[in-house]
Design a protein around this ligand. Sequence first.
Ligand code: GLN
Length: 550
Amino acid sequence: MPKFIFVTGGVLSGIGKGVTTASIAKLLQFRGYKVDLVKIDPYLNVDPGTLNPVEHGEPFVTDELYEFSPAPSFTYRTAEVDQDFGTYERFVGRPIHPRNNITSGQIYLSVILQERLGKFLGSTVQIIPHITNEIKRRIREVAKAQKLDVILVEVGGTAGDIEGAPFLEAIRQFRLEVPRQDTLLVHVTLVPYLPAVDEMKTKPTQHSVKELLSVGLQPDLIVARSKRQLTDSARQKIALYSNISKEAVISNPDLEEIYELPLRFYEQGLDAYILQRLELVAGPPKAMEKWREIVERFTKTKDSIRIAMAGKYLRMGDTYISICEALRHAGAQEGVSVEIDMVDTEEMEQNPSILKGLKKYHGVLSTPGFGSRGTEGMIETAWKCIEEDIPYLGICFGSQMLFSAFCRYELGLKGANSTEINPDTPHPVVDLLPEQRQVTEKGASMRLGGHTILVKPKTLLFAAYKKKKIRERFRHRYHLMPEYVEKACEKGLVLSATDEEERIINAIEVKGKHWIVGVQCHPEFTSRPDAPNPLYLAFIQAILKQKRLK
Ligand code: GLN
């Protein structure tokens, strides 16, 4: 059995528990351990695919699919997981299986369906033990699937949330069932700074620890999120009220660069403390110097470029976090920082000066999306980039908008559109995948996960990947219609990739322009700080080569 590190949150959500968890995983990886990460999301959605991207941020898409079949009457395959998995993959540098995302929706669904099958015949089905047993089973399932040394289990939300209570209870039981040295509990809290009294306030942390203690959980480590480095007196106070030693209180201050966090934790002896507590014997960390060099790439950039991100879910920074990170990874490798401006295409439709303003940018990234809002602005954005020769990368929906623009203005097909946006369009240039026509359910019903892509030689895509066969991740229902693509190719469009059966068009480019590319896949999901995705890298390199605005 591997060791388990549970990570809970206190005071507030959104204080960077995911980055903390990923950083601890990274430190254990430096010590040579095989780690995996699990995220528990206490909401009742079965997976995050049906959540509002503006409220919750994008769902992350894994390469593999998780087949979830609690009863013969219900099976579904999903690759849509919480966006924290993006952080996990970017830190640990390898794909994570979607079974590692456990939601209340999955847990309750499976217990209720089993009840209907008669699995618990004669008993009253209850939160304890049925729900808690199912939670523990799911955590153990991850341990069984592969040989691992340490599994980190992050619990979403904060201690005290009603929804999270069964998970905390399951963790309490889990900790009783295994030897003491096999589990550890890390509690991540917020320590606000009050300028009026020039003091770091530990009271919210004290309350949050009390909350944990009241459900039978004693934290072993406190990670305190704060604006600045934790003061000694704050550290002392937190230790005292949490029944832990001062060394077990770790400071997690605001950082210029998130990838630096494992290094900051290392300086405070976090991994040494964990190893000792879990009775793990390890040599000095390896590959940490390389990581330090990678972090420096991000903090010591020589120049910067400006990219307009054109789309509609722009109210929240997390909505397109994987895209923003992929742009940053590629920029850092090329020695530039990437300033990203969100350009709201819905607003653009009312205010044409926003469209004109695109000329100020070194490049434009057109975003993924669903539904009709803001799409006229996205189509106009694509056409503007073609006209002005502004480097353009269209991701999924963004590539569909590029294609609609090309069909409207280059082929003269007035009103060309995706049937997702206008079911009555005279020119349905983007339409449902054939296998999607009968699908009525919305949950996990898109074409999801990793698929092989065939890249055509002598294309910008081939120049980026330098391979004929690549693999990227997908999340879509609609696709570019081959008969229209064929016509467009006579007018200067380039079909640069398809799926293995050459049925689905996976990428297009515009001939005679500096760099205009649209892809149906989401290459951002495979980008890492130390290994940028080739397509994002090619986009940034093209921008630097064009030297627009210089
Ligand atoms: N709504 C589009 C489709 O389903 C694009 C999805 C996306 O951008 N991920 O095909």
